[in-house]
Design a protein around this ligand. Structure first.
Ligand code: ARG
Ligand code: ZN
Length: 876
């Protein structure tokens, strides 16, 4: 195995750059196969760097055409130009101008990093290190420059030309069929925020008046003909801008804000200054093509990218180890936005479900890493659930610990002090330490220590003395490179609930007024006095810390919480905990029969459900996923047993609650006009959650209901939900309906993605062959990341029984796809490969198969750094 070919970047090796680049002037002549770029850089030595050092500019697969220093062609022996670097051996001692000519081929750029073409539209992706694929530069986030960009193209091919900042000038190139636009961005920024777009695009726009009264043109660009699908994104953008003014006091800082949707995009979207470029699945929405989940995602991603304008762009990162500084904080901000726009409780539950499914899984496997890693071989492999989602949880804990008002002052200080800088996690924490007068040194461990802590809680009630005690113990399992773990600062929001649901008056000397207890050492206790009846503790309300909790409470206590807790998150959580206990027991010992207690408790909950938000009720009806059950089992997992247990439990619920579920559906009949708002979406979610359970308990009846819903549906949410339900019922109806759906949406790639995904997730032996067949479907293409994620990604991530087939055929399929993509799009290849992330927790025969598949990948020739990094860490 090769370990020698890759350089490791280490946090402790950070050095400021030897040179700074004050301005970058670009002249980009777009051409499908030979785009020419002239770049004029105003460079000066960095007082904080080494003086007299050679200037080494980054490049990647660049074709070099020429170099001039202060306008004079550079003598050939004064520099060296390779596709990967441009080195000026002895740069002038003072400020100087460097003019560099390069050429790239956007049509051949299958990595989708740098400048590429998507459906004929020129676009760029520069984070983390894509700018160097356009021109030579100090491509690092702590080099901030003012950019002026002239873009030129054939008018017919690219009537729309967009850049960062404000539009300065447009015109014709005389005597040609070409035209140009000049964009100027006054805000110094790192290269990763650079972007250009050129193409035939349709614009939807409105004027936004900022809090100080400035007018900003905000616009969404999509493929011509899809304008009617851009309105929701534009609306979400406007709401995001308003919200950031109201909640964080952040005003937008340019005259225009453009969002462009492209169909080939490695990630979700990118916060380029004033010119966000999006994966079109996070922009395009119509009732016929997008589900409620799509609408919610669009709202969240639009908000996320917009919020980066302050947390990411105005304040950027010193180096890529600080990625969570912008990503964790911005995820926190977009989660807060969505919670304000929708139901906070329901949103919190959704956040936690994703966190557990993705981040906890990551933390438990070979790819576990701290929220702020200390070394990387390929930074693009660190855009992870840990950096993003756990990063957001850390910010939320900070808010919980400090309280809303102090947290707000800390943010205020951060915006003031760090504006215009490339900052670190320390800079961020310092602001909060100062405004609170607290030492956050211990808290900082959350950024440094990988792994999910387990908090075990014991309870002791003394009825004579009227005392109650909670005993806490925290522990974090070893993760790669971190065998020993230190205790973390864990905020526990809690309350005591009386068994009959009444008030419980009691006192504790160690509890903040809002119910906050802070666990800072390995063990600690919390005592209450004046406790008149046996309490049921409601712990980690609102999921106040990203930990797993082990509780000695009997199921009956948890069901008391489902009924009486004032905290909606814990009402949901307590039902989940009971379900998880039953599911793991059933998976371990399939001879057990599921008891009726749990279905009956859910039935009683449904009888009271008139008092609940339908979206919340739908969440309670959804059993923990197979990934979560597998995590709970922890080792030697048999995914077939996990699946069977969940299936049986679903059937038991459906069977026992069938009548109630049918009348629930009748209580929320489909609405005539589709509206994506949270309340309407919640009603659809409940109706469809009920359908899912009805079908589990009574497949024949469920099939009839689902087929009928499929036919009558007037929106994609209901149609797709019906199809998902049908996909789990083998037979003629399923096959003909699947085929019909495929024909109906043959011209809609984003809809076909849903169709690919749900077929790849069918938990049956035939799925492998089905997936292979779909790989030959005319709409499938390895070159499009959305298609790959939908078909192959969902097979690997959403179909545990088939991906982890005992014969290894599922692993072989993924390995094949990874190797097929390794050369053309290494980022997507590496991302797919993380599907092996839980392999060590599988049972022995599966472990052996997974290891063999990983070793085959590791031994393949010409592995990209991206794939090599993941495969080696997975096997380590
Ligand atoms: N900064 C983007 C976002 O989260 C993600 C871009 C990541 N791109 C990449 N190639 N790693 O909003
Ligand atoms: Zn982001």
């Amino acid at each position: 195995m090769r370990t020698d070919t890759q350089t490791i970047t280490r946090l402790e090796d950070y050095r400021p750059p030897d040179y700074l680049i004050d301005t970058v002037e670009l002249d980009i002549r777009l051409d499908p196969a030979a785009t020419r770029i002239r770049s004029v850089l105003k460079i000066r030595p960095n007082p904080a760097g080494r003086s007299g050092a050679p200037l080494v500019l980054d490049g990647d697969e660049l074709l070099f055409h020429g170099l001039a220093v202060d306008g004079e062609p550079a003598p050939p022996d004064s520099y060296e130009a390779t596709p990967e670097a441009l080195t000026l051996r002895e740069p002038p001692a003072g400020p100087f101008a460097l003019t560099v000519d390069t050429e790239v081929n956007p049509s051949a750029n299958t990595k989708l990093m740098g400048l590429y073409r998507s459906n004929g539209v020129y676009c760029t992706q520069c984070e983390a290190d894509g700018f160097r694929r356009i021109s030579y530069l100090l491509d690092r986030p702590d080099v901030l420059s003012v950019y002026t960009t002239r873009i030129e193209a054939e008018r017919e091919e690219a009537p729309v030309l967009l850049g960062n900042g404000n539009l300065r000038e447009t015109g014709e190139v005389e005597g040609t069929t070409r035209h140009f636009a000049v964009w100027h961005d006054p805000h110094p920024k790192p290269a990763y925020l650079f972007a250009v777009v050129g193409g035939d695009l349709a614009r939807t726009a409105k004027t936004f008046r900022t809090m100080s009264g400035r007018e900003v043109e905000i616009a969404v660009y999509v493929e011509p003909g899809k304008e009617d699908r851009s309105h929701y994104a534009l609306d979400a953008l406007e709401r995001s801008m308003r919200w950031d003014e109201r909640v964080f006091g952040r005003e937008y800082d340019l005259d225009v804000f453009n969002v462009v949707a492209v169909s080939d995009f490695n990630m979700g979207a990118m916060e380029n200054k004033g010119l966000n470029i999006f994966n079109d699945k996070y922009v395009l929405a119509s009732p016929d093509t997008a589900t409620d989940a799509d609408y919610a995602n669009i709202e969240a991603v639009i908000a996320h990218e917009y919020f980066h304008n302050w947390t990411g762009n105005r304040i950027t990162c010193r180096d890529w180890f600080q990625l969570c500084l912008k990503e964790g904080l911005t995820v926190f901000r977009d989660q807060e936005f969505s919670s304000d726009e929708r139901s906070r409780a329901v949103h919190r539950i959704a956040e936690v479900r994703t966190l557990r499914a993705r981040q906890f899984a990551e933390d438990a496997g070979p790819l576990a890493h701290p929220v702020r890693p200390t070394r990387y071989r390929e930074i693009n492999n660190f855009y992870t659930a840990t950096v993003y989602e756990k990063g957001a949880e850390i910010v939320r804990m900070l808010k919980t610990l400090l309280g809303d008002a102090t947290f707000a002052r800390g943010m205020e200080r951060y915006f003031e002090r760090c504006d215009g800088t490339a900052a670190t996690v320390e800079d961020f924490l310092d602001c909060f330490a100062e405004v609170s007068g607290r030492d956050l040194g211990h808290f900082k461990r959350w950024y440094e220590q990988a792994g999910t802590p387990t908090v075990t809680v014991g309870t002791a009630y003394d009825p004579q003395a009227g005392t109650y005690r909670l005993d806490f113990r925290q522990e974090t399992a070893p993760t790669p490179g971190q065998p020993d773990k230190a205790p973390l600062v864990i905020p526990v929001l809690l309350g005591l609930v009386a068994e009959d649901g009444g008030r419980l008056d009691c006192v504790s000397n160690n509890l903040r007024e809002d119910g906050l207890f802070v666990l800072e050492s390995a063990t600690d206790s919390l005592s209450f006095e004046g406790v008149r009846s046996r309490p049921v503790p409601s712990l980690f309300r609102g999921f106040s810390a990203p930990v797993r909790v082990e509780l000695d409470l009997p199921d009956s206590d948890l069901l008391t919480l489902l009924r009486h807790d004032t905290d909606p998150f814990n009402r949901w959580q307590s039902a989940q905990t009971v379900a998880l206990r039953l599911l793991t027991a059933l998976a371990r010992d399939p001879s057990q029969a599921p008891r009726d207690e749990f279905p009956d408790a859910i039935g009683a909950f449904l009888d009271r459900s008139g008092r609940h938000d339908p979206a919340f009720t739908a969440m309670v009806l959804a059993l923990p996923g197979e990934t979560e059950i597998a995590q709970e089992i922890g080792r030697d997992v048999d995914p077939d047993a996990v699946h069977a247990a969940r299936d049986r439990m679903k059937a038991a619920l459906g069977h026992r609650l069938g009548e109630r579920l049918r009348s629930l559906r009748d209580a929320f009949p489909p609405e005539d006009r589709y509206s994506p708002d949270a309340a309407s979406a919640g009603r659809r979610a409940l109706r469809n959650a009920a359908l899912d359970l009805i079908a589990a308990g009574d497949p024949a009846g469920g099939e009839r209901l689902a087929a009928e819903q499929f036919e009558r549906a007037t929106n994609m949410t209901d149609r797709l939900a019906a199809l998902v339900t049908l996909s789990l019922i083998p037979g003629e109806v399923r096959e003909t309906t699947l085929a019909r759906f495929g024909e109906l949406y043959a011209a809609e790639p984003l809809v076909l993605d849903k169709w690919f995904a749900l077929q790849a997730a069918i938990p049956e032996e035939g799925t492998l062959a089905r997936v292979r067949e779909l790989m030959n479907h005319p709409a499938f293409a390895f070159s499009n990341p959305n298609r790959v994620r939908s078909l192959i990604g969902s097979f690997a991530m959403a179909n545990p029984t088939q991906f982890h087939r005992e014969d290894g055929a599922g692993y072989a399929l993924l390995a094949e796809a990874v190797l097929a993509l390794n050369g053309t799009n290494p980022q997507i290849a590496a991302r797919l490969l993380t599907g092996f992330g839980t392999w060590r927790s599988m049972n022995a025969p599966r472990r052996a198969q997974a290891q063999a598949a990983l070793e085959r990948i590791a031994g393949a020739p010409n592995l990209s750094p991206d794939v090599l990094d993941i495969v080696q860490r997975s096997l380590a």
